[in-house]
Design a protein around this ligand. Sequence first.
Ligand SMILES: Nc1ncnc2c1ncn2[C@@H]1O[C@H](COP(=O)(O)OP(=O)(O)O)[C@@H](O)[C@H]1O
Ligand SMILES: [Mg+2]
Length: 250
Amino acid sequence: MKQVLIEMQSIEKIFYADDVETHALSNIHLRIQPGDYLSITGPSGCGKSTLLSIIGLLDSASGGDYSLLGESVNNLDQKQRTKIRNKEIGFIFQSFNLISDMTVWENILLPLSYRRDLSNTQKNALATQALQDVSMTHRKKHYPAQLSGGQQQRVAIARAIAGKPSLILADEPTGNLDTKNAEVVMRLLDELHHNGASICMVTHDPRSAQRANRSIHIIDGQIVSDETSPLGKGMGTLSAARRDHCEVKG
Ligand SMILES: Nc1ncnc2c1ncn2[C@@H]1O[C@H](COP(=O)(O)OP(=O)(O)O)[C@@H](O)[C@H]1O
Ligand SMILES: [Mg+2]
């Protein structure tokens, strides 16, 4: 039996700012299996990015239990969280988030540079492979500003996948791209999934969401539907197994 990738029970997130309490996430139950391709949709401010940040160990929950690859991450300190994040999670952001004074090659190598479990030869081989996977080898020595938005996002994808993470998290990955470049990025994600990657993608675009094999909808910090498509494409029927792990409201 394959190990569960992500297991969340009763996750809560409350932000406190200027005497205002925001309940960004309430009672989130979520299980992600290896090989899942999830889309997360919902209105602006419903908690999508917050959920992704908690899954990716960029932020921690205010309450509830979260296990990654069977290990509870509730009580880890910052150093331990960073180490796990660096190895197991690949992030893709809407605004690419490449480092402007580093070349394409240096950007891709950066997250690998923190990995003590890899030799330099291995790091170079992984970065070379990732560049090839996104067809950007010819732009290796370029700086981000010298690339189009679509190319920058391909480099960001290479950076995310180079270390062969257990889970790829993408927050509106096509939000800053035109239709043509968005399609290139979506095809890359399809291909990564086809080759075995587990992906969790926040999107505004219903057509992008339909490419995932599982669609989660969030409203006001709660998962209101969780649908799995048996064909791996499009919105499918609500599977009983998934339903057990989501709060269905309304
Ligand atoms: N760092 C923060 N401090 C205070 N409130 C925040 C913070 N981050 C997010 N929020 C609030 O939490 C809610 C969910 O935000 P977010 O997860 O960014 O929504 P989405 O990505 O779905 O648009 C919003 O009301 C937002 O204003
Ligand atoms: Mg967001």
